[in-house]
Design a binder for this molecule. Structure first.
Ligand code: NAP
Length: 487
């Protein structure tokens, strides 16, 4: 197949940070090896401190061997990849320090130019502004903003309005890496290319929807960041909201970026705002206490350095209602937490039970159909169906079986979400990125809950590390007659 290779300059601000080493460099390595990048494209790492070209290459070599699987790293391929690597020193807030970067970029002023701001959001404005002052923002430039975009509606608006002074909206790519996952994109394929789901995808047939993003890891050294954000701002407002949008949105009229994003933003605007009573009844926030994971003891969140008095939630669960014709009365249960029993991200579409069972007097109970879309640790899709137990028994015995799509989708190496997303930025395709109005609509809805929590409308609960969260989270769904899909 003839690949459409793009010649571009990719500048990574925060290029020596965790995200860059763990995700961006491995993704670029794959894109380069797989022939998606023109070999003359340059990957320019912005480092805070001086580093020679040789030291930089050695560092990238070390990090790639650390973060790629052994069978994915190849010395010969690295020798080619390293031809594309450059390093410059910049201190974000010091305009004079951008000269090395300017010199390098000015060598090819017409090139497609991708500025990846893999930095805290506090730096988005100063970097954008300095690039603009130095004439480094061209019509071919785009800027990628890492999440979180702010910590509430006010700060998100501020960031967006500042960056918009230097880049047009169509040049801004607000990343939510969940949208780059193959299985997440598959939600659209599943919904909009299979007629069987079309008549079933509504309040007449769906009992409820569950979206879980559970991590067994803790804060992993990012205390300073995490304690300012917590589960609601770090996960629910962005990743889980985006997943909810893909499940709940109306069919877009095409795959055009604005067509898809228009439908997502309609969902966000249809979320029922929560009253104080709703916040109390429909939200749970909790912090993990000491426990054990995989047999290893794990300290509690407040045992972290300086966290003794922290009131940041490491777990959140919510019942979300969508006020539109399709979803009237269908609860969407969202939950996300750290230090949970297992790493598990999934979407469960729970269908209603059959209107009448003809099998009851045969001693069978009929379990409702479920569509389970697993995102982590394995990407898979299962449809749970009732089926006859084979055999000659005079009674018709039934069992629930899984119809699996896994074998179909497992055969090739699945590109990491960041590969998909970086390639989309290079190709100027913003479909999988959040538009300004999406980010703001999600914050507007989340801010009400965060304000309620700040007023202690929902008291902070505790859960033991290594469990599925606090009992209040179980109660949240049980009070509606549902249960989490925990096995
Ligand atoms: P990080 O490890 O702290 O990296 C930030 C980088 O920026 C560091 O290399 C740091 O240099 C550099 N830097 C900070 N201030 C600077 C300055 N004034 N001038 C020049 N360089 C400066 O953070 P990260 O984990 O990579 O995260 C980056 C962004 O991605 C954050 O917004 C984060 O929320 C988001 N994100 C991260 C992940 C992840 O898995 N890590 C996932 C999703 C989103 P020093 O090393 O010298 O301090």
């Amino acid at each position: 197949m003839q690949l459409n290779k793009t010649l571009c300059d990719i500048v990574i601000f925060g290029g020596q940070g965790d995200l860059s080493f763990r995700k961006l460099m491995p993704a670029l390595y794959h894109l380069s090896n797989d022939g998606h990048l023109d070999p003359l494209s340059r990957i320019i790492t912005v480092a805070r401190f001086d580093m020679s070209h040789e030291e930089h290459i050695a560092l990238i070599y070390e990090k790639l061997t650390e973060f790629l699987k052994p069978d994915q790293f190849d010395e010969v391929k690295f020798a080619t990849f390293m031809q594309q690597l450059h390093v410059v020193t910049v201190s974000f807030e010091d305009q004079s320090s951008y000269q090395g970067l300017k010199k390098l970029l000015d060598l090819h002023p017409q090139r497609e130019r991708l500025n990846y701001l893999s930095t805290a959001p506090d730096f988005f404005t100063v970097i954008s502004k300095t690039l603009s002052i130095l004439g480094l923002v061209t019509p071919q430039s785009r800027v990628v903003l890492e999440k979180p975009i702010g910590r509430d509606l006010h700060s998100a608006r501020l960031i967006n309005s500042e960056v918009l002074k230097y880049f047009e909206e169509k040049q801004i790519y607000r990343i939510d890496h969940y949208l780059g996952k193959d299985t997440v994109q598959n939600i659209m394929a599943l919904r909009f290319s299979n007629r069987i789901f079309m008549p079933l995808w509504d309040a007449n047939n769906i009992e409820h929807v569950q979206i879980t993003v559970a991590e067994s890891v803790g804060v992993e050294g990012r205390w300073g960041y995490y304690d300012q954000y917590g589960a609601m701002r770090d996960m629910i407002q962005n990743h889980l909201m985006q997943l909810l949008c893909l499940v709940a949105m109306e069919p877009p009229y095409s795959l055009h970026a604005d067509s898809v994003r228009d439908e997502k933003v309609k969902v966000l605007r249809s979320l029922r705002p929560m009253s104080a009573a709703d916040i109390e009844r429909k939200t749970v926030r909790a912090q993990y206490a000491q426990g054990s994971i995989d047999g290893q003891p794990v300290p509690g969140y407040r045992e972290g350095d300086g966290m003794q008095h922290s009131n940041t939630e490491t777990f959140a669960a919510l019942r979300v209602d969508i006020d539109n014709w399709r979803w009237n009365g269908v609860p969407f249960y969202l939950r996300s937490g750290k230090r949970m029993r297992q790493r598990n991200s999934e979407i469960v579409i729970q269908f209603k039970s059959v209107p009448h069972s003809i099998f009851l007097n045969q001693g069978n109970s009929i379990s409702e159909n479920k569509l389970v879309i697993s995102l982590q640790p394995k990407e898979s899709i299962q449809l749970k169906l009732m089926n006859k137990v084979p055999g000659l028994s005079d009674q018709m015995r039934l069992q629930q079986v899984d119809l699996e799509l896994n074998s179909r989708i497992d055969s090739t190496r699945k590109p990491d979400a960041y590969e998909r997303l970086l390639l989309d930025v290079i190709r100027s395709n913003p479909t999988l990125f959040m538009r300004l109005d999406e980010v703001e609509a999600a914050w507007k809805w989340a801010d009400v809950i965060l304000a309620g929590w700040a007023d202690n409308v929902t008291p902070m609960k505790s859960y033991q590390a290594g469990t599925d969260g606090p009992t209040a989270s179980i109660q949240l769904v049980v009070q509606d007659g549902a249960s989490w899909n925990d096995e």
